[in-house]
Design a protein around this ligand. Structure first.
Ligand code: ADP
Ligand code: 5GP
Length: 182
């Protein structure tokens, strides 16, 4: 396999989705894995584009069939990375990005020891909350759950290979692009 595998983790609202989009536009041959999830689609999310939306039964069947490179329960929903497409893109020589939580990140490190684990941190918890509210996609209850979960994620960042604080978007993009291209 000639491509490189990168895990991108960080608390919800830190800016992972925004940064990943910018990396795809900036760095040639960069491909983002489409995760499976049992959470409901948000307004504007399309099955097969943003996520593969599955029922819990479908997700559990895929686990039993060994179809996930990693999976985890995040914010009370299942999320997982389908194995087939990431192998295909690594074989094609692409940079493969997995935007997944830290539990998933550590599973990937076990299976793919060459994977680089990148962590996106918010400048502060206050800014994280502002970004989650400003995004306007989650209920107050969902936001509270995500902020509680953020503390555990930030704790795990010490075992990641690279930590990038997403304060200035341009600077954070530059740092990540440098890692992908190195
Ligand atoms: P995540 O994918 O980590 O949950 P998003 O990429 O959805 O986070 O970003 C959360 C919100 O913060 C979005 O509204 C996004 O536009 C905004 N955002 C991301 N990065 C920055 C930044 N560096 N400065 C200000 N706002 C940002
Ligand atoms: P959201 O519901 O906001 O799209 O994602 C919530 C969290 O689930 C994020 O922290 C994201 O990184 C994580 N996540 C998304 N896809 C996967 C996946 O395939 N595996 C794991 N372990 N986490 C994922």
């Amino acid at each position: 396999m000639s491509g490189s595998l990168f895990v991108i983790s960080g608390p919800s609202g830190a800016g992972k989705g925004t940064l990943v989009q910018r990396l795809v536009e900036r760095v040639p041959h960069t491909w983002v894995s489409i995760s499976a999830t049992t959470r409901a689609p948000r307004t504007g999310e399309v099955d097969g584009v943003h996520y593969r939306f599955m029922t819990p039964e479908e997700f559990e069947r895929t686990i039993e069939e060994g179809g996930f490179a990693e999976w985890a329960n995040v914010h009370s929903h299942y999320y997982g990375t389908p194995t087939g497409p990431i192998i295909e893109h690594l074989e094609a020589g692409d940079n493969v990005l997995l935007e997944i939580d830290v539990q998933g990140g550590f599973q990937v490190r076990e299976k793919f020891p060459d994977a680089k684990l990148l962590f996106i941190a918010p400048p502060s918890m206050e800014v994280l909350e502002q970004r989650l509210r400003g995004r306007g996609t989650d209920s107050d209850e969902e936001i509270a759950k995500r902020l509680r979960n953020a503390k555990g994620e930030l704790e795990a960042s010490k075992d990641y290979d690279v930590v990038v604080v997403n304060d200035d978007l341009e600077e954070a993009t530059d740092k990540l692009a440098e890692v992908l291209e190195s």
